[in-house]
Each structure stands twice: as structure tokens, then as C-alpha cells.
Write a protein that binds this ligand. Structure first.
Ligand code: MF3
Ligand code: CO
Length: 290
């Protein structure tokens, strides 16, 4: 138990009685989960909840797997959405994007092609050789959420497109590798932007990863660019990392007509990979693995 003349728990170097007295150190006055909820709005998940989220994430990853296998020249993104609808039914899953937001997102998946950064809407245009496509699947299974996305190259693609595909994948891997109890949220953005900028690419800052599991988008925000979010990762935190990497400028703009599709301002290609992970006692577990 801390006494009035001890150094304050906040690290100021002052005596407790001159500093935060009578407030006790947060970790002593309440359990971690209560503190994270109160301080950051973050819901730390129980082992039972993590089991259910893992199950939802597995289904999400299986659907994504099947959709990626189907993507090829001549196939439309609407056909991918049709297959997605069918697979969601088979797995007793609800597609989280459908009717999400304002205006309601009209399809079950996002399909983001070439210069589309994210939130592309499936349509009747066939894929062609040289396209790069992100497929983003988010499902609800038994009330719990999973969220992941991947890139697919349609045949041979330009060196610039290959670069953003490779850099976004490696960015996600490097970001996941820094996750463990005690690491800070800002370390994710540092890992990604250090790497992407070393490859001459830019990191989108208008869209971020997010807490997930009990809802589609929960606190905290997980920026992929340099930032100062000093929240400490602790066991039971579940969130996505989904770096969007551009060959040119980082800025994007939202389509005025559909109000969803986000395109790069300079028309250059963009790529994204996404996983849902949970912080464990020893490090992390990637949940969105089929
Ligand atoms: N992974 C994306 C996200 O978390 C999925 C977007 S679905 C949409 O934002 F409906 F919001 F477009
Ligand atoms: Co997401």
C-alpha cells in the first residue's frame, strides 16, 4: 500500500501527498479492464469472448480465402459479392458491411481496385489482367465480429502495383511483430511508416485500424502513420491493423456519387492487407487465419 510520503505513482518525482493524493494508482484502485474502459473506452475481452471472436475471425478468413481464389480476369466484383452472400449463408454469418453507415453500404464486401484506397463497392465491371484488387471481409458470427482483407493480383501487374502490394503486406507483418503487452499503440504506426517510406511509398492517414470483436468498430483507433497514441497494449485487447499504402501521395478523396469509394488524389495505385489480432500474455495471436 502506498503511503502519503512515498513518491507519487504517476512518476512525477513529487511525494504522493503533493501530487495525485488521494487518488490511488489506477491499477491498484481498480482492475485493468475497468480502467481501460473508463480511460480509453476499450473493452478488454475475456477468454470466453476471445473464443467466440476467434470463431468469427476464422469464418471471416475462410470466406476471404474463397473469394480471393475466385478473383480472376473476366470475373466481376459483383460475382465476388454474390459468392460472398452465398458463403455467409453457408457459414451462418452476417456480412457486417451490408447496410453499414450512412448512406448504407450496399454490398456484403468491399472490393478496392487499383487507385481505390478502400471501401470500393462491388460492380459489374469485369476484372482485367494487370488489376490489383483488395477484398475486405467483415462478418458477424454468433454476435461476434471478425475483419480481414488481402490483395490479389490479376495476372501480371506493373512494378508500381507490385510494389504497393508487397509493401502493404510487409507493413502489416512488421506492425503485428511489434505487438505484445507493454508495447504502445504508436509503435504500430512507426513500424509501418518507417518501412513504407523507406520503400518510397506513403501511408494513408485518413483511415485507421480499430478495436473489434463485440462491435464492428470499437476504440481504440489504430493509426498506420506516425502518431503519439501512448496507450499500452495489454492482454485481451482485440484490434485490426489494416495499412493502406500508396505509390504516390497519401491523400484520398471520397466519391461524390456513392459516398464510399475512396480514391488516391493522384490516381496512383494503393494496396491494403488486414488482420484482426488479440494481445496475449506472451505477445499476440492472429485471429483471422482460416
Ligand atoms: N475493414 C474495413 C473497415 O474496418 C471494412 C469496411 S466495411 C464498410 O473499415 F462497410 F465500412 F465499408
Ligand atoms: Co477493419
Amino acid at each position: 500500500m502506498i503511503s502519503r510520503n512515498d513518491p507519487c505513482w504517476c512518476g512525477s518525482g513529487q511525494k504522493w501527498k503533493k501530487c495525485h493524493y488521494p487518488q490511488h494508482p489506477p491499477s491498484l484502485s481498480e482492475p485493468l479492464a475497468k480502467r481501460y474502459l473508463k480511460q480509453f473506452g476499450i473493452i478488454l475481452k475475456t477468454p470466453e469472448q476471445i473464443d467466440k471472436i476467434r470463431n468469427a475471425c476464422k469464418t471471416t478468413a475462410k470466406i476471404l480465402d474463397a473469394l480471393c481464389k475466385r478473383a480472376a480476369a473476366g470475373v466481376t466484383t459483383q460475382e465476388l459479392d454474390d459468392l460472398s452472400q452465398k458463403l455467409h449463408k453457408e457459414f451462418h454469418a452476417i456480412p457486417a458491411p451490408l447496410n453499414y453507415g450512412e448512406p448504407p453500404f450496399p454490398k456484403t464486401i468491399c472490393t478496392s481496385l487499383n487507385d481505390v484506397i478502400c471501401h470500393g463497392i462491388p460492380n459489374r465491371t469485369p476484372l482485367v489482367e494487370g488489376d490489383i484488387l483488395n477484398i475486405d471481409v467483415s462478418c458477424i458470427v454468433d454476435g461476434f465480429f471478425g475483419d480481414c482483407s488481402r490483395m490479389v493480383a490479376i495476372g501480371n501487374v506493373s512494378p508500381e502495383k507490385q510494389l504497393v502490394m508487397d509493401v502493404s503486406k510487409e507493413s502489416l507483418e512488421r506492425a503485428i511483430a511489434v505487438c505484445r503487452p507493454g508495447a504502445r499503440i504508436w509503435e504500430i504506426g512507426r513500424a509501418i511508416e518507417d518501412y513504407a517510406s523507406s520503400k518510397g511509398c506513403s501511408v494513408v492517414n485518413q483511415f485507421v485500424g480499430h478495436g473489434v470483436g463485440l462491435a464492428f468498430h470499437e476504440p481504440p483507433e489504430i493509426p498506420h502513420h506516425y502518431n503519439q497514441i501512448d496507450i499500452e497494449m495489454v492482454p485481451g485487447m482485440v484490434f485490426t491493423i489494416e495499412p493502406m499504402i500508396n505509390a504516390g501521395v497519401r491523400e484520398g478523396y471520397i466519391d461524390e456519387i456513392d459516398q464510399w469509394t475512396v480514391r488516391t488524389c493522384d490516381g496512383k495505385p494503393s494496396a491494403q492487407w488486414e488482420h484482426t489480432i488479440v494481445i496475449t500474455h506472451s505477445g499476440y495471436e492472429i485471429l483471422t487465419i482460416p
